[in-house]
Design a protein. Structure first.
Length: 337
């Protein structure tokens, strides 16, 4: 199948991301598919959710051009995003949702094992499966402030593609994902008239995971650089999850303990915190691009230092923005994203 130009792809994906989100908003308002405000959410007015269905459909439409793994990619996307869509429309039990995510992650892992030449084929598939599950859930966890999940996916997708410019399939997927996010953002940022919903956050995490796996086979012996474009999301979600595990809290319960949520609760605007995270990601992408041209020991050390700095920043800012005194259920799906 001939591949259209990237400009045509970008325009079609932009139109799809915006038009489908706008159509979904009208439908959601009529059907009452809404997130209501409560003490554990970051928004103050009832807002329709599920607008990320347009992004999921754009990625599905892009799948025929993704090479030999296109069928597995499409199947996994349907399972992961479909689980989110069902949960947006009617509550899906956590076990059922987790099983659908696991099945979707397995599809992608079959097509794109993680560094099988290093770990072996079987372990490459297992590690890829775990990576997909982590990024799908981390994007879901971080979808709680206007513009956060979509803007981070946009920047991470373009950053990952920039690290492997010769990999046409990755560039194709990155352009489709970034343009669809750009189309969605006017309805979600700076004021949220529509939320991604779980369908959207799952699709974003899945798309980013696919890019990481595709790029890992083509990054010239420096796979650790792929952590940098997603580091803002991974550090916040990962360290928050570890903190909750240390305090023996139920990990699958939604909450308001992520650093970005605490920042908004302590007076930061949604736009301000979105800009702060975007600035980190832009610097991380620029650093990864520079380190790619350095000897492997230097790029490994530089990546480690950047991630270490991010962990220190999380700790210091966490003291400035302490967690709520009591926690429980908070943004289910997309509280303000």
């Amino acid at each position: 199948m001939p591949m259209p130009s990237y400009w045509l792809l970008a325009m079609l994906s932009l139109a799809g991301g915006f038009g489908l989100a706008l159509a979904w908003r009208t439908l959601a308002l009529r059907r009452g598919v809404m997130d209501a405000p409560d003490e554990r959410r970051l928004h103050a007015t009832p807002t329709p959710r599920g607008g990320g269905v347009g992004i999921a459909l754009v990625l599905l439409a892009a799948s025929p051009w993704l090479g030999q793994g296109r069928g597995w990619f499409a199947a996994g996307l349907v399972l992961c995003a479909g689980a989110g869509l069902v949960d947006d429309l009617r509550h899906l039990p956590p076990l059922a949702k987790g099983l659908l995510q696991a099945a979707g992650a397995a599809c992608l892992a079959v097509a794109f094992p993680l560094l099988p030449e290093l770990w072996g084929a079987a372990m490459g598939h297992v590690l890829a499966w775990g990576l997909v599950l982590v990024l799908v859930n981390f994007w879901n966890f971080m979808d709680g402030s206007n513009g956060m999940a979509a803007s981070q996916a946009l920047l991470a997708a373009l950053g990952l593609a920039a690290l492997v410019p010769a990999l046409a399939a990755a560039t194709w997927l990155a352009v489709a994902l970034a343009a669809a996010c750009l189309g969605f953002l006017p309805l979600n940022f700076p004021r949220a008239r529509l939320f991604l919903g779980d369908v959207g956050s799952h699709a974003l995490g899945y798309g980013i995971a696919a890019l990481v796996l595709m790029a890992s086979a083509s990054i010239d012996g420096a796979p650790w650089l792929l952590l940098l474009p997603v580091s803002a999301m991974v550090i916040d979600a990962g360290l928050t999850l570890l903190s909750r595990a240390r305090r023996r809290q139920v990990l699958w319960r939604a909450h308001r303990e992520h650093l970005y949520q605490r920042a908004v609760a302590h007076g930061w605007s949604h736009a301000g915190i979105c800009g702060l995270y975007a600035g980190w990601t832009l610097v991380a992408v620029a650093l990864a691009s520079w380190l790619l041209r350095q000897p492997a020991p230097w790029s490994l050390a530089g990546s480690g230092m950047a991630l270490g700095f991010g962990i220190i920043a999380y700790s210091l800012l966490g003291r400035a923005w302490p967690r709520p005194a009591a926690t429980g259920r908070s943004p289910h799906g997309s509280p303000a994203g």
